[in-house]
Design a protein. Structure first.
Length: 338
């Protein structure tokens, strides 16, 4: 664990402390099973022998990225994944997965990647980086894509070829038309190094699709457990990370995404590509943006509520349309000539 980390995006060390939180092992008893497992990683693997761990949420005054300290290093992350795999081995065998939600999430990723990049992705070569068993690839597979996976999970979905645990396992000459990294970069200790490596595996006209949760809202992102997410983005700091890693950002915006629990949460989606000519000079990060999200004014709060209402409204309309279709189908059959 690093007590005084450098910024994993801009490599600066000018931090502002946003807040702090102390996690106590005694509190684990009242937490959900998911959080209890992360508490075990925190108190047994990362800080063995401690009863309480205090972390500070810190804001990079150069690029606006928010992380916390002490910050896990890559060895801590590897230890965490091995420990979680051990602890959840039994769960994974019996774990029930909602296939319809998986299919809907996959379709969402496919459509956003295609729409935001303004290019057709059918029949292309796709890499799912950090995608678990590759369940997000099903919409790509259905459209004739050749899908490969880099992840520690050893049981890839049928038709998805696992090429390794990490990018080091990938042959140097592997190139993809599209790389998907959905809900990955919030977990990584060295997101910039990973992006630089991924860039080398894109075809010259290939696209990178990135999705991260949006968790900077109203207060410092000190979550229920500090083991799962290490990096907290705003659209501006994600854009900066992509640019400083050598990508040209095609689009980067606030959105919402479907969670495996079938609930919608705020998310940031970005599409980037290799620059067509020369180097990318990163835009100056908008540090005000994070401030505004941390202490949103009434207008911003209103806009967000309006956005959520719009989403709920949209979901309701979809539901009504489906119901109407279902009810209308037998009626239509009776109409002559139809
Ligand atoms: Zn920074």
């Amino acid at each position: 664990m690093l007590p005084f980390p450098h910024c994993p995006a801009c490599r600066g060390a000018a931090w502002r402390v946003l807040g702090e939180k102390t996690y106590r092992s005694a509190d684990a008893a009242v937490k959900s099973r998911y959080v209890q497992l992360r508490y075990r990683v925190l108190f047994e693997t990362w800080f063995p022998g401690e009863d309480a761990v205090r972390i500070e949420s810190i804001f990079c005054e150069q690029c606006g990225l928010i992380i916390y300290r002490p910050r896990p290093e890559s060895a801590d992350l590897t230890a965490k994944y091995h420990r979680l795999l051990e602890l959840t081995a039994a769960d994974q065998r019996s774990g029930a997965v909602d296939r319809r939600v998986e299919a809907a999430r996959s379709e969402e990723v496919y459509r956003h990647a295609e729409r935001m990049s303004c290019r057709a992705l059918a029949n292309s070569a796709v890499l799912d980086y950090g995608g678990g068993n590759g369940c997000l690839m099903q919409s790509f597979q259905r459209r004739g894509c050749r899908c490969e996976l880099v992840d520690f999970v050893d049981t890839p979905r049928e038709g998805v070829r696992k090429v390794g645990d990490t990018l080091e396992d990938l042959p140097a000459d592997s190139r993809y038309d599209c790389i998907v990294a959905s809900h990955v970069f919030e977990h990584l200790t060295e997101p910039r190094e990973i992006l630089e490596k991924l860039s080398g595996h894109l075809q010259p006209d290939g696209v990178l699709y990135v999705e991260v949760p949006f968790e900077v809202w109203g207060k410092p992102p000190l979550l229920e457990e500090p083991v799962t997410h290490l990096n907290f983005f705003t659209p501006s700091s994600l854009r900066f990370l992509l640019e400083v890693s050598g990508f040209e950002v095609v689009a980067c915006r606030l959105s919402t995404s479907l969670h495996p629990t079938n609930r919608r949460f705020g998310a940031i989606r970005a599409v980037a590509r290799r620059p067509s000519g020369g180097l990318v000079i990163p835009q100056v990060p908008d540090l005000q943006e994070a401030e505004q999200f941390l202490s949103p004014d009434l207008l911003r709060r209103g806009r967000r509520d309006f956005y959520w209402l719009g989403l709920i409204g949209g979901a309701l309309r979809d539901h009504v349309r489906r119901l109407k279709r279902r009810l209308g189908a037998p009626l239509r059959k009776k109409l002559p000539g139809k």
